[in-house]
Design a binder for this molecule. Sequence first.
Ligand SMILES: [Zn+2]
Ligand SMILES: [Zn+2]
Length: 382
Amino acid sequence: MRAMVYRGPYRVRVEEKDVPRIEHPNDAIVRVTLAAICGSDLHLYHGLMPDTRVGTTFGHEFIGVVESVGSSVQSLVPGDRVMVPFNISCGSCFYCARGMLSNCHNVNPNATAVGGIYGYSHTAGGYDGGQAEYVRVPFADVGPTLIPEWMHDEDAVLLTDATATGYFGAQLGEIREGDVVVVFGAGPVGLVAARSAWLMGAGRVIVVDHLDYRLEKARTFAQTETVNFAEHDDVVVHLKRITDHLGADVAIDSVGAEADGNFRQHVTGAKLKLQGGSAVALNWAIDSVRKGATISVMGAYGPIPNSVKFGDAVNKGLTLRMNQCPVKRQWPRLFEHVRNGHLTPRDLVTHRIPLEHIAEGYHIFSSKLDDCLKPLIVPTPA
Ligand SMILES: [Zn+2]
Ligand SMILES: [Zn+2]
């Protein structure tokens, strides 16, 4: 089969690989019909994630058709159209039993630190991902779900991570009626978080980024106010000024480890890898919210320490909430929101790239060329 393969930082290409096989009675093999490149794939692409091995295939956002199933799979048969959460979950461990599907204890040798994720390095379990013609899906009775008849494929693929994660980000913000919500980062996750904030009763939603085309999208997709931090000497002071000098009630960090905006943080975090990513957005959130506020962290950070203003968070009595999104737990409610038009994930798609050209896709997305917001990957037909 054809598959995206990692060859080292900033180098990916499409290669011929063996079609994955059933390795366990609970496995399914899925023929991928649509995949996506995620902002967090760029952390891998840039060489920021420890133990990202040459030869592995990325891709934790994909949908497809069941090709074959292991002998103990009960809920799927070949030919089923399925969407697959980015989290791999066993469905029965201490964490899965409590709905913490992103924190499963049985799917990653490093499970005390992080759960299992498709195509996200050996730190996250060493699973090959879905930027390929076929992918092996373990615990096939737990994660994959039939795509509803009425759902568009592009909505379905965006529900496997970005939409679910953005909505979860707003949920963790514990937004109350009338709250001022600031969202850092106008990528797909931030844009969904901003739109979801309205669904949860926000009174004002402000999106912060430095890319004008993304801020424009925040205004049209999520009807928010926008702040371009590059236009302000000190974005924290500006945010205070426009929020009655108290600060927002809720902040959502949907930027994570590769934030721009502070030279020392960016160099030590994103370039030299001396910390687990640059915490600029998180520190801006800590500084700009009011005392007693809640900060929800959806941005991806690496497993080594970060330079975070923890003392300020303590002294302001902030609540910091975070986790990787337990995707499947979100789906029943999100399906309703998509069906009734409250959320329109596929409006975020900007590029549809054949798998053969995925290297170009990574380059365009990484360099933010051509107003790229969400690139989809279309595998060549089997
Ligand atoms: Zn993703
Ligand atoms: Zn589990």
